[in-house]
Design a protein around this ligand. Structure first.
Ligand SMILES: Nc1ncnc2c1ncn2[C@@H]1O[C@H](COP(=O)(O)OP(=O)(O)OP(=O)(O)O)[C@@H](O)[C@H]1O
Ligand SMILES: [Mg+2]
Length: 629
């Protein structure tokens, strides 16, 4: 089949990933090949032969190796949570493959695997979701991972925006403010949305890139499991050696996760670990665990961690002059939101959460929904055309709150190899057969047709072409889809964008916002910073003559704050080789920064003195050398 929209969405999660697609007007999760599950662990393992495994098998390997490693210091080659180091120079060493993997390469393996789940077609265009709080370098790294996985048209969408799109499709009539509460494996995102007449808009977002299920698991390890072991064994030496302590805690984390996940559905849970399965103590005694945990125990430990996320949500709501009771819905996303402890906290501090979407798959479904509204890049469509069929170009809204929409339809003569009859008629029929356009003559210039939509539904339209004698003709594409009742919104800018300037009043280097690139602007967006000044002359053609303008991402109210308190993105460099003629010292520079819907950045500089505009190359390998863990 020929796809004209991207249609595929991937939730590339810290712990679990998932792929969905739009299929005949419905969004479907594509299940994993090996286990037929909706989600796949974002885990990679390399075996001794150097072969690579992804997903459930890799996770089992990781788990058993982490435990084995406690008793016999074997080297093991399995990796998790590499999303946390995206955009950094962190390397994951594999002795079996004899190479170092970057976080992008490991993520690429997960993406490749998900791509393999699609057995009935080759895909090269995809929407990949990212946490709302991801910085520019992390988004670039995500894009790079998708390129490595063989995708050629890649766009990103923020996870909470994706989740609310999926939720919106099933809850069309809930106008008002919605809060998305996305507590994942490694990141916490919360987003406030406003929905009016089915049209969704992100008002504001908050988040913490380093708050997730992992923090819950370690809280359980440190406050329940380690004390339980310390009561019966001497592990002083293990705990005072940083490396051994880290390995020990990592291994115990699996039991913590088991406790946490089981207690989402049961009143209490017992873990029993055979002597020796988690190594020996300082005296060589085999450690065992036999521990029963109740809801009360767990609540005491998890509440402070969950509270950090609740507080960020309250801050977001209050910053927008709202109270929990003003919210129309509270949408839960992420595995840990299955916890009754959290749900009670949300109910008492914000409002009762909605539980009618699956928190594990809603992000990937939303990504596919958004994907179904975005045109595939022209060069990809070219590769999938069957030119023996009459090639059509259809222009239609992907989603609408109206009940009628105009679409355009046009024959692409130069893309069609077969014969095109002198007269061609198109008939457009709605999927439920309750509406048809009748036969309308179309040509190479384009015709406008008014289509009628069924309310609250994903409307699939089928196109049939006829010649003058009433014979049907094959065409591509032969369907299009319009979602009625909810206008799938745009992605939004997660940070203020600006540059560093020297403040004349304070003499300090401060952040100056680009007008038009304030946080939460709907994307694409264009920002301008006018009146910057060059500090020295720039001679044409001279690389050694340049000006440097540091570009920053900042939080709310970043304007006027010290530049170093914000996030440096990269330096815009304008050198003599960018200019045709001499630019004197103290010349004015006006910057235009454009950010597309997928957060790709392009910059233009205009020099009024020489009336010249130059496009500035934006570096994409903006890797940071911090190892953030
Ligand atoms: N039943 C459950 N109760 C509580 N927590 C659970 C349950 N099932 C899974 N989790 C936890 O959910 C977390 C993973 O959640 P999820 O798959 O939503 O994260 P992710 O999308 O991979 O991460 P992120 O969105 O941060 O990138 C893990 O910490 C896991 O232990
Ligand atoms: Mg997630």
């Amino acid at each position: 089949m020929i796809r004209t929209k991207i249609d595929y969405g991937i939730d590339l999660g810290t712990t679990n990933s998932a792929i969905s697609r739009m299929e005949n007007g419905t969004i479907r999760i594509i299940k994993s090949l090996d286990t037929q599950k909706d989600t796949t662990p974002s885990c990679i393992a390399v075996n001794q032969k150097g072969n690579l495994f992804v997903g459930d098998k890799a996770y089992l390997n990781y788990r058993s190796n982490s435990l084995k490693n406690l008793s016999n210091n074997t080297s093991f080659n399995s990796y998790i949570e590499f999303k946390r180091t995206m955009g950094t120079d962190k390397k994951y060493h594999s002795s079996f493959a004899e190479k170092d993997f970057s976080s992008e390469e490991l993520s690429a393996e997960v993406l490749k695997r998900l791509k393999e789940y699609v057995q009935d077609e080759n895909i090269s265009a995809v929407i990949v979701t990212v946490p709302a709080a991801f910085k520019n370098n992390q988004i670039d790294a995500t894009r790079k991972a998708a390129q490595l996985a063989g995708f050629s048209h890649i766009e990103v969408l923020q996870e909470p925006v994706a989740a609310s799109m999926a939720y919106g499709l099933e809850n069309l009539n809930k106008d008002g403010f919605w809060l998305v509460f996305d507590f994942g494996g490694g990141t916490f995102d919360t987003a406030l949305l406003k929905v009016e007449d089915g049209i969704m808009r992100v008002v504001d977002t908050e988040g913490d890139n380093y708050l997730g299920g992992k923090n819950l698991d370690f809280a359980i390890v440190d406050q329940l499991i380690l004390p339980h072991i310390q009561d019966r064994f001497s592990i002083h030496n293990i705990l005072s050696d940083d490396k051994r302590k880290a390995e020990f805690r990592n291994a115990l984390k699996f039991f913590a996760e088991e406790i946490k996940n089981n207690l989402s559905f049961n009143a209490s849970h017992n873990i029993y670990v055979d002597p020796g399965d988690c190594g020996e103590d300082d005296e060589g005694e085999e450690i065992d665990i036999d521990l029963t945990i109740t809801q009360e125990d767990l609540a005491r430990i998890l509440t402070p961690v969950f509270q950090r996320a609740v507080d960020l949500s309250l801050k977001l709501i209050e910053r927008n002059n709202l109270k929990g009771s003003d919210l129309e819905s509270l949408i839960l996303v992420g595995g840990p939101t299955l916890s009754p402890i959290l749900r009670k906290m949300l109910e008492s501090q914000i409002r009762k959460p909605d539980t009618n979407v699956d928190p594990m798959t809603v992000v990937s479904k939303g990504a596919a929904l958004y994907a179904s509204t975005i045109d595939i890049a022209e060069d990809i469509i070219e590769t999938t055309r069957d030119k023996t069929k009459i090639q059509l170009e259809i222009g239609s809204e992907a989603s609408t709150v109206e009940t009628e929409e105009f679409i355009t339809i046009k024959i692409l003569e130069d893309k069609t190899e077969g014969a095109i009859p002198e007269k061609v008629f198109a008939e457009i029929k709605r999927g439920d057969n309750a509406w048809s356009s009748g036969k309308i003559e179309i040509d190479t210039k384009g015709e406008i047709i008014d289509v009628h939509l069924e309310e609250g539904k994903t409307n699939i339209f089928k196109i049939t072409l006829y010649d003058n004698q009433g014979n049907s003709l094959e065409c591509q594409p032969n369907t299009f889809t319009i979602i009625q009742g909810s206008k799938i919104g745009n992605s939004t800018l997660p940070y203020n964008w600006g540059v560093e300037i020297l403040s004349e009043s304070s003499g300090k280097v401060v952040f100056q916002s680009a007008e038009g690139l304030e946080k939460n602007k709907s994307l694409p967006a264009i920002g301008v910073i006018n009146g910057l000044k060059t500090q020295k002359q720039i001679r044409p053609g001279m690389d050694s003559d340049f000006i440097k303008i540091p570009l920053y991402q900042g939080e709310h109210n970043a304007d006027g704050t010290r530049a170093i308190y914000n996030d440096h993105v990269y330096d815009i460099i304008i050198s003599g080789s960018d200019l045709p003629t001499l630019l004197p010292e103290n010349s004015q520079v006006d910057l235009t920064i454009s950010i597309d819907r997928s957060q790709e950045v392009s910059v233009e500089a205009f020099f009024p003195y020489i009336e010249y505009t130059t496009e500035i190359k934006v570096p994409t390998n903006t890797v940071q050398s911090t190892d953030t863990d």
